[in-house]
Design a binder for this molecule. Structure first.
Ligand code: 9WN
Length: 446
């Protein structure tokens, strides 16, 4: 059901509650995903959070993105975590003393005055910057917001499209499951099996102090995350063609459809930003369209009716159906037949949207590894729902988009703005009072 509209046509109840979460998670310069579980600034969280914050305070939304971009590395990468120095080291693992960005990241141009991780997350930022600008163009122009963020966003995309083109086809590759943002998706099980896990006694998981073990990745997953991140760090966070770092048998390099679709959507946004700043933006626009074609050629699986990941090391597609394979629906120049196939898959037996599930599950309902409770192996997340909602609307699927929007608003409310929910029942899993859940519900309430 859709929360009742107030006298001014506003969905007042959920807005008030969402704003309360965003206020509680605001630190003064950015917003934490969760006070307990994730007490620092995360990259793609901040982009989604800014999209919600623009309704509450366009200035705060601009600040959120500017704080993140201030921690950008010289080589253009935007780190996946910007650490808050006033938070104790043992509050989150891996902490700054693991990443050692200032020393290990020196050659790659890590900032000297702020500590960050050395890996990245999906590039939702240019899309967020454009949406934030649109919320209050007058304020944005007065502050020179787009003029200041544009060079940083352009350098960020340059890093991804050049240094991270490990497969040589023009797409960006992720070198760690945390980079794609869906940490323990069954899509990574194959490529991760080649990685020798770091011994469990060599690190201490802080997440289990806040989250139920059955909702979180396993110790074996963590052992592999730690091994890969440490290998990347020990190579000075250098990117080598072919996924060479963390290399030998143990490398990880994957072309992911969601990561690349978000990059392309952000390229479209960057073209608009360039136009607003007086440039033509046509080359960037053309590149976004070209990249959409490459994405289809390289990652679309006609038989499965969705996009798949591609393991750069083996050169083979990864047969698992993850929600990331539906995110390219976001792209405006997707051919009709591809968009139609994605909608059929979304509402068919593997994802069941509007038939058996209330919100888009993160993984194939019929897949062997499906687990309705464990993190990215089945539960439904609100950021992917927001992206699919936008995709449905982009391709004229208005009734389905409306239904998904209503489900997001209802479940965000009843779950206490949960990090993720059981896709069948909507029951809360993980943390509550979660930043992007509140922000994106707020956005969809308008
Ligand atoms: C590792 C912050 C982040 C999200 C990711 C989500 C989770 C971190 C973790 O939390 O990942 O980056 O410790 O599990 O998977 O998408 O950005 O909310």
């Amino acid at each position: 059901h859709v929360p009742p509209r107030g006298p001014d046509g506003a969905r007042t109840g959920i807005r008030t509650k969402a704003v309360r979460v965003l206020e509680a998670n605001w630190t003064g310069t950015s917003t934490v995903p969760s006070r307990g579980l994730y007490p620092h600034q995360w990259s793609w969280d901040s982009a989604f959070i800014a999209i919600g914050l623009r309704h509450l305070s366009p200035l705060r939304a601009q600040t959120e993105l500017e704080t993140l971009l201030a921690a950008q590395w010289g080589d253009g990468r935007v780190p996946h975590i910007v650490f808050n120095p006033s938070v104790p080291l043992d509050a989150y693992f891996p902490s700054p003393d693991f990443w050692r960005s200032v020393s290990a990241g020196r050659a790659a141009g890590a900032p000297r005055t702020v500590q960050t991780s050395g890996i990245v997350q999906p590039p939702v930022h240019a899309l967020a910057a454009w949406l934030v600008h649109e919320a209050d163009p007058g304020l944005s122009r007065a502050r020179g917001f787009l003029a200041r963020v544009h060079p940083r966003l352009a350098a960020w995309h340059r890093y991804l499209l050049h240094r991270r083109d490990l497969g040589g086809a023009g797409l960006a590759a992720v070198v760690h499951p945390w980079e794609q943002g869906m940490d323990n998706s069954p899509c990574w099980d194959g490529p991760l099996a080649r990685v020798t896990p770091a011994p469990a006694r060599s690190f201490r998981r802080a997440d289990l102090a806040h989250g139920a073990p059955e909702d979180r990745p396993t110790d074996l997953d963590y052992g592999r995350y730690v091994r890969l991140a440490a290998a990347y760090r020990d190579r000075g966070y250098r990117d080598a063609p072919g996924g060479g770092h963390g290399a030998g048998r143990g490398g990880f390099a994957v072309e992911d459809p969601a990561f690349n679709a978000l990059l392309i959507a952000s390229e479209h946004a960057l073209a608009r930003i360039a136009r607003e700043l007086g440039a033509a933006g046509t080359a960037r626009q053309a590149r976004a369209e070209r990249l959409t074609d490459v994405l289809i050629d390289r990652l679309f699986d006609e038989r499965k009716g969705m996009f798949l990941c591609r393991d750069v090391r083996s050169g083979e597609p990864i047969p698992e159906r993850g929600v990331g394979g539906l995110i390219p629906l976001l792209l405006p120049t997707l051919p009709r037949e591809v968009a139609d196939a994605l909608v059929r898959t979304l509402t068919g037996p593997h994802f069941g949207l509007g038939v058996s599930t209330r919100l888009v599950p993160s993984y194939d309902l019929l897949g062997e590894s499906f687990d309705r409770q464990r993190y990215w192996r089945g539960p439904a997340w609100f950021n992917t729902a927001w992206l699919v909602e936008r995709g449905l609307r982009t391709h004229g699927e208005r009734a389905r988009a409306d239904a998904l929007r209503s489900a997001v608003l209802a479940l965000a409310d009843t779950s206490g703005f949960a990090e993720y929910v059981d896709p069948y029942t909507g029951e809360a899993c993980g943390a509550t009072g979660f930043g992007w859940t509140a922000a994106l519900a707020l956005d969809l309430s308008y």
